[in-house]
Ligand binder design. Structure first.
Ligand code: PGA
Length: 310
């Protein structure tokens, strides 16, 4: 009974403690000197003593004791000092969270995505922008080489790649499948044939992306793994040009399925059944390990990781 009376008394009286008093006591408990605390807080030593005395009254017990010239925390003082550290750490986190929310509302998101990712990234950006309408978004689109170049110069917040670079200084998270498939025009003789070998495919005129493209790199290593050389008839700088040429019957190609989704559905382009394909790859969201992530970048990254890119 007596115990609960004491606790209630403390709770009631603690309501009279102010944040200002707790801040002063927190600083005093760190420096253990009234003069130093006064200097740090731009107050006078008597002002410090008065505030600490009022806090002790609110707590109901002494917080400090002086032996000779040395100040010590009492047992109660140690408990209050530990609580002060928690309170001010939490307040610091709160101000960081508030700044992050503000940054997210009004900030800017700088993205660099592969040309091949342009078939789904704008759709995702539009859904993301509905949640954060005031956020400015800058999207750079280029091939793998261009994106890696920007990554090395730390130009953007996030990078969308089909294969992250081999470096320990980046963080890469897969967020969606990115299969590479073989395509031809619908009346191509290989359409409908089962398990065409890579060797047989390599005999066809091949329409390849430019050097520096991730798709090109993946195609070359696919054929190299099967011990055949690519017979490149046409080298083109974009997925659009590759698709048009394949649809026109100029040759076959291997592209990311996301780049030809629409043409496969409309029947302008057909899939080839090739042994070893599709090449199961992933889309990655990449950033330099040491880069401090903006609130906008953090939000877009978690948006990507949860999104349905299909
Ligand atoms: P690319 O990359 O657009 O540079 O060809 C695509 C990929 O790596 O999947």
């Amino acid at each position: 009974m007596y115990f609960s009376y004491k606790i209630n008394y403390h709770l009631m009286s603690l309501h009279h403690a102010t944040l200002h008093q707790l801040r002063i006591f927190n600083t005093l408990a760190r420096h253990m000197s009234v003069a130093r605390t006064a200097r740090v807080m731009h107050l006078t030593p008597p002002a410090i003593s008065i505030q600490v005395k009022q806090l002790a009254e609110a707590v109901g017990q002494p917080l400090m004791e002086q032996v000779g010239k040395q100040l010590y925390l009492t047992e109660t003082g140690k408990i209050v000092a530990a609580a002060c550290r928690d309170i001010f750490d939490r307040l610091e986190l709160l101000s960081q969270d508030l700044a992050a929310v503000e940054g997210l509302r009004k900030g800017c998101l700088r993205l660099a995505a592969l040309t091949t990712a342009q078939y789904f990234i704008p759709r995702m950006l539009s859904a993301f922008s509905e949640e954060y309408p005031e956020l400015d978004v800058a999207l750079f689109v280029g091939n793998r080489e261009a994106i890696l170049d920007r990554l090395s110069r730390n130009e953007d917040d996030l990078y969308i790649l089909g294969q992250p670079p081999d470096s320990s200084r980046i963080l890469a998270e897969p967020f969606a499948p990115n299969p590479l498939v073989a395509i031809a025009c619908p009346d191509h003789p290989l359409v409908g044939r089962r398990r065409v070998t890579p060797k047989r495919l390599a005999k066809e005129s091949f329409i390849a992306r430019e050097h520096g493209s991730g798709t090109r790199l993946a195609c070359e290593s696919f054929f190299a793994r099967h011990g055949v050389a690519l017979n490149v008839r046409l080298e083109l700088g974009s997925n659009e040009a590759v698709k048009q040429s394949v649809a026109a019957g100029l040759g076959v190609s291997i592209v990311s399925r996301s780049a030809v989704q629409a043409e496969l559905s409309s029947g302008e382009i057909a899939l080839l059944d090739v042994a070893g394909l599709p090449l199961e790859r992933q889309w990655y969201v990449v950033r330099p390990e040491k880069k401090v992530q903006t609130a906008a970048a953090r939000a877009f990254q978690s948006f990507l990781l949860q999104a349905d890119t299909g």
